[in-house]
Design a protein around this ligand. Structure first.
Ligand code: DGL
Length: 282
């Protein structure tokens, strides 16, 4: 692979490549566009192989490398791994494969935000099964705050609920109560005060999760933190585009342009049309 090495980097006009397993990463896309309106954004959702959250580490790494390679071939100046599962599992392989192209993942950004937010150091991470199994959030938090206690909870059903647009109401609340039950026990016992939304889909259920978690627990969404990290890096590497310019957005999906547009609109909070989505073959 290593296509990135032949690219002419140092080129601010190139787009930022954003990769996710599907439409969920549009929450990160949205945060990037709000913070960096001058940047061109190229988003790739691997909808043909979604979900990543239940797949083996080997498959997730292989898929992530293929997707990142596609973005690198299209000449991106930076890779943002919006998918928490891919970030949690494939970051070392991505960084190795694409260096010196900057690769930024949401896990480190989420861990940083959690450590800054939590007073007690008792932090819960809600994520997919594969993210929890890999333990990357716990490691990233411990690296920043060794005395932190991290409780991880896989919440696979939240992904399907968000994709259906079911983000509130009794059914969603019942599912959230079930998942959060052990964490609420920790809250009573040990003063858990921060909850990381460690999956692209969970910000859509933020209101319900916050309601079930109750007062005294702050929710952390890595999207905004990642946007800040991207901005800092663009400035540092002199890759930032003028803020007065207007950045373009381009969407790629590996399957189902119509579904990508329909479900993606929920995540983006604005209408996307199927014609706006180009099908890509990895
Ligand atoms: N994008 C995934 C994540 O953030 C959620 C969806 C999936 O399982 O692929 O972990």
């Amino acid at each position: 692979m290593n296509i990135s090495r032949s690219l002419n980097r140092g080129h601010a006009e190139r787009p930022i490549g954003i990769f996710d397993s599907g439409v969920g990463g549009l929450t990160v896309f949205k945060a990037l566009r709000a913070r960096l309106p001058g940047e061109h954004l190229l988003y790739l959702g691997d909808t043909a192989r979604l979900p990543y959250g239940t797949k083996s580490a080997e498959s997730v790494t292989r898929y992530a490398l293929q997707a990142a390679s596609h973005l690198a071939e299209r000449g991106v100046k930076m890779l943002v791994i919006a998918c928490n599962t891919a970030s949690a599992i494939a970051m070392p392989a991505l960084v190795r494969e694409f260096a010196p192209l900057p690769v930024i993942g949401v896990v480190e950004a989420g861990a940083e935000a959690a450590v800054r937010t939590s007073k007690s150091g008792h932090i819960a991470v809600l994520a997919t099964e594969s993210t929890v199994r890999g333990g990357a959030y716990a490691r990233a938090i411990a690296a920043r705050r060794p005395d932190a206690r991290v409780f991880s909870q896989a919440c696979s059903l939240f992904v399907a609920l968000a994709e259906e647009g079911w983000t509130r109401g009794p059914l969603v609340e019942a599912v959230a109560r079930e998942y959060l039950h052990p964490l609420l026990e920790e809250k009573k016992r040990d003063g858990l005060d921060c909850l990381v939304l460690g999956c692209t889909h969970f910000p859509l259920l933020q209101e319900t999760i916050a309601h079930v978690a109750g007062s005294g627990v702050i929710l952390v969404d890595s999207g905004e933190t990642v946007a800040l990290v991207v901005e800092e890096l663009l400035v540092e590497q002199k890759l930032i585009r003028s803020r007065d310019a207007k950045g373009d957005a381009h969407f790629l999906a590996t399957d189902g342009a119509e579904r990508f547009a329909r479900v993606g609109s929920l995540f983006l909070g604005e209408r996307l049309a199927a014609q706006d989505v180009e099908l890509a073959d990895l």
